[in-house]
Write a protein that binds this ligand. Structure first.
Ligand code: MG
Length: 411
């Protein structure tokens, strides 16, 4: 389905007082999961790729609380009217003064569990060849229907052909705007939903499959049910929107490790470079670059946390550009990737493994140098050293090894 988002707008009606739920706060401002009902609903439409413009209709008393939303470039805030049809019309008129879309979805803020799939079904129904003027989601009634009075059943009704209406209800913009203008001018029923307004104006409306999860929060127990659906969606189970929501619901923490070894050369020297610091030693380390095992292990730990390969892939030893290179360059590149991927470094820990030279006296300068290169606070940077009790290549003084661990967090 090809949709130009610029041609699809949504009016989110959030001007009600929500008196049925109880409490003093209108239901759209109460919390659901980690955000308000309103923010939950708004977020779904802002994330919907098919929707380009959003008008949020608020009660005039809520203008202050809604001020922040007007800061989003894709959101326009309009003030609602005396009843629902008047609020919808205010939202439609706000869209009309912008660049009017071809299609508008009208959605009740109290249905915060609407998802991309349902939004897509409504839009698709409006774009289909020979489509109706409107398309709205609904569920066939499956429960038996009774009439009652004074806690007694007074009769039964045939449920065949009966539907429970949901939102978003979608329409050709010009047609529903005209229908609402006529209803406002002629005094329509304040209880009418947009399908009723559309039908009163002679528009035909197609029924698309609704979703049981797209419940309308009306009573206190609906909050508990909605919390349950949200938690289930966050767990990645049972929702077409699972992937995106799961990413957000879980704090993104990445751990990476790095390990490196460089051998001592047979030629005499005055120092080796470890964590960017010249440490006096009588033998040089062999390597294509400056052979800084500390920086190499640390850089690889960062690439590892990002799952972006290793230092050899980013800076091939076959490339003459990196001959004798300052390894700070590699660490800088890895840090650039951290920032571009939206992470921060929670901490980094590097262990240098050798018998000689003695590392301890140089650790404060190494930590300061790593802080300078990475812009990470020194108290999140650890450098330590160990020997291998004269065992193995490090114990025999054939080279120096380093291992590093890095923790990245997406705030
Ligand atoms: Mg190396």
């Amino acid at each position: 389905m090809m949709v130009d988002p610029a041609q699809v707008g949504v009016v989110i009606v959030a001007a009600g007082r929500g008196t049925r739920v109880g409490g003093t706060l209108p239901k759209q401002w109460r919390s659901l999961g980690r955000r308000t009902v309103l923010a939950q609903t708004l977020r779904t439409f802002r994330k919907a790729r098919a929707v380009g413009r959003i008008v949020l209709v608020l009660h005039p008393d809520d203008a202050g609380m809604g001020a922040g939303y007007a800061a989003h470039p894709d959101v326009t805030v309009a003030m609602g009217g005396a009843d629902r049809p008047a609020s919808v019309l205010a939202g439609l008129e706000a869209l009309a003064t912008l660049d009017p879309p071809q299609i508008v979805l009208i959605h009740d803020v109290a249905r915060p569990l609407v998802d991309d799939a349902l939004i897509g079904r409504v839009i698709a129904a409006l774009l289909a060849p020979g489509a109706a003027d409107g398309a709205a989601p609904a569920l066939a009634v499956t429960d038996a229907l009774w009439t009652g009075a004074d806690s007694r059943v007074t009769g039964t009704r045939d449920r065949a052909g009966l539907y429970r209406a949901q939102t978003p209800q979608g329409f050709r913009f010009a047609a529903i705007l005209a229908a609402h203008r006529v209803a406002a001018a002629t005094g329509g029923d304040p209880a009418d939903d947009d399908v009723a307004v559309a039908r009163a104006a002679g528009l035909d409306v197609a029924i698309v499959a609704g979703d049981e999860r797209n419940l309308k929060i009306t009573t206190e127990s609906d909050f508990a049910i909605a919390e349950g659906w949200l938690a289930l969606r966050a767990s990645g189970f049972g929702s077409t929107a699972a992937g995106a929501d799961r990413e957000e619901a879980w704090m993104d923490v990445r751990c990476g490790n790095g390990f490196d070894v460089h051998a001592f050369a047979d030629r005499p020297a005055s120092a080796v470079t470890l964590c960017g610091i010249a440490v006096p030693h009588d033998r040089a380390l062999l390597g294509h670059s400056d052979a800084d095992v500390g920086l190499h292990a640390l850089t690889d730990a960062i690439y590892g946390a990002l799952a972006e390969g290793d230092i050899g892939q980013h800076f091939p030893p076959s490339d003459q550009r990196w001959r004798g290179a300052d390894s700070a360059l590699f660490l800088e590149h890895a840090m650039e990737r951290v920032v571009l991927r939206g992470f921060v470094v929670a901490n980094m820990d590097t262990t240098l493994i050798c018998e000689r030279p003695k590392i301890g006296p140089h650790v404060p300068r190494m930590r300061a140098n790593l802080a300078r290169i990475t812009a990470v606070a020194p108290d999140r940077i650890s450098v330590k050293a160990t020997t291998t009790e004269r065992l193995g290549f490090a114990g025999r003084g054939e080279g120096i090894a380093a291992m590093a661990t890095v923790m990245l967090v997406a705030p």
